[in-house]
Design a protein around this ligand. Structure first.
Ligand SMILES: Nc1ncnc2c1ncn2[C@@H]1O[C@H](COP(=O)(O)OP(=O)(O)OP(=O)(O)O)[C@@H](O)[C@H]1O
Ligand SMILES: [Mg+2]
Length: 317
C-alpha cells in the first residue's frame, strides 16, 4: 500500500484584518487562536484583494510551499475561489477543498440534487447581476413548483431582512407579484447577485421551545462533528434533529467540510433549509472555538458507523 502523506500540521488561511496585514480579521481571531493552540498554522489572506480580482496580491503573505491549506473566513464567490486555488498552486500550495467541491457545497444548484426530498422543492434560472429574468421565464419556472407561496434567493443568499419586498412571494400564481419581488431582489443584490435566481416552495417552520429556529450541523468527511444554533439565533440552544437521512445526502455530496441548516417543519419533519461550505459558514457567537478548531486540526477520525447525535454530544464531552 502506498504511504499516505499527511502534512505535519494543518494550515488554515484566514482573512486578515483589513486595517492590519499581520492580524487575523477580528471576527475570526478567537477561532484562529484556537487553531494555533491546537498545533495548526495560521496563514493570512487579503480577502479584499481577492474579491477585487488580484489573487496574487491576496496571497502575497502566504509562504511558498505551504502545501494543502483550508480556507476560513468571509464568503468567496466560486469563480474567485478558483482563482485563489490557482494563485496558491503557483507558489506550491493548494486548497484542501477543491474549487469544484466548494462550488457544489456553496451554491444551491450544486447541492440541491443530493438533498432533494429533504429540502423545499426549488428551481433556478441563471442571471447576471442587475438582470432580472424575463417575466415569461419566471412564470414558467414557478409552474414547475408546487402551487402556493415561495421564497426567492440567489444561488447563495437571500434578502431575508427585506422579506416582504424581496424574499417572500405570497402566491406563485400571481405572476405580476412574482416578477416584482424577483426584480426587487435582483436590484438589491446588485453586483453581489450570485449565479442566478432561485425559487423555493415555502414551508412552515416552527422554532422548538427555548431553542434556535435553525440548527447548524457541521460535517467533516461525512460525519456530524458539531451542532450549533444558526449564527443569527438569539439563543445558543440547538434542538436535536434526526441526522441519519441528512448523513446520506452529505455523503452523496462528497465534500469534506460542509454545514447543513435544519429547521423543524410544523408537521414535525426536520428539513434542510440550506447547505454551505464549512469554510465560509458563520459560527454562532457562543459556540466553543476550541471544539470548532479541532474540526480542522484533528478532523479525521470518524465516529463509529451509525453514530447518533447522542454519540456526537458524548464525543464532544
Ligand atoms: N422554502 C422556505 N420556506 C420557508 N422559509 C424559508 C424557506 N427558505 C428560506 N426560508 C426562511 O428564510 C431564511 C433565509 O433563507 P436562507 O437560509 O436560504 O438564506 P440565506 O440568506 O442564505 O441565510 P443565511 O443567513 O442562513 O446565510 C431561512 O432562515 C428561513 O427562515
Ligand atoms: Mg440560511
Amino acid at each position: 500500500m502506498p504511504a499516505t502523506t499527511t502534512p505535519a500540521t494543518t494550515a488554515v488561511l484566514y482573512c486578515r484584518d483589513p486595517l492590519n496585514e499581520r492580524r487575523v480579521d477580528a471576527h475570526f481571531a478567537a477561532e484562529a487562536r484556537q487553531v494555533r493552540e491546537g498545533g495548526g498554522t495560521v496563514l493570512l489572506l487579503d480577502h479584499d484583494a481577492l474579491l477585487a480580482g488580484d489573487a496574487e496580491r491576496a496571497v502575497a503573505r502566504v509562504p511558498a510551499g505551504s502545501g494543502a491549506v483550508w480556507y476560513r473566513g468571509w464568503m468567496i464567490p466560486s469563480g474567485r475561489y478558483a482563482e485563489l486555488d490557482r494563485a496558491l498552486r503557483r507558489r506550491g500550495g493548494e486548497l484542501v477543498v477543491t474549487p469544484q467541491a466548494y462550488r457544489r457545497a456553496h451554491e444551491l444548484p450544486g447541492w440541491y440534487e443530493a438533498f432533494a426530498g429533504l429540502t423545499p422543492v426549488s428551481g433556478w434560472l441563471p442571471a447576471r447581476p442587475g438582470q432580472s429574468p424575463e417575466p415569461a421565464r419566471l412564470t414558467a419556472l414557478a409552474a414547475d413548483l408546487p402551487p402556493g407561496p415561495a421564497v426567492v434567493k440567489d444561488y447563495v443568499k437571500s434578502r431575508k431582512h427585506e422579506w416582504d419586498e424581496a424574499c417572500y412571494v405570497p402566491d406563485l400564481a400571481d405572476s405580476a407579484a412574482l416578477h416584482r419581488v424577483v426584480s426587487r431582489f435582483v436590484e438589491l443584490q446588485d453586483e453581489f447577485l450570485a449565479g442566478g435566481v432561485v425559487l423555493r416552495a415555502f414551508e412552515s417552520f416552527v422554532a422548538p421551545e427555548a431553542a434556535a429556529a435553525e440548527v447548524r450541523v457541521w460535517w467533516r468527511d461525512g460525519v456530524p462533528r458539531l451542532v450549533t444554533a444558526h449564527p443569527d439565533s438569539p439563543v445558543a440552544e440547538a434542538g436535536a434533529p434526526e441526522l441519519e437521512p441528512v448523513r446520506a445526502a452529505v455523503e452523496a455530496l462528497g465534500c469534506p467540510f460542509v454545514t447543513t441548516d435544519l429547521a423543524l417543519r410544523a408537521d414535525g419533519a426536520w428539513r434542510v433549509v440550506e447547505v454551505g461550505d464549512g469554510q465560509v459558514s458563520d459560527l454562532h457567537r457562543e459556540a466553543d472555538r476550541a471544539v470548532f478548531a479541532a474540526l480542522l486540526t484533528t478532523g479525521q477520525a470518524p465516529l463509529p458507523p451509525g453514530a447518533s447525535l447522542t454519540h456526537l454530544v458524548q464525543h464532544r464531552a
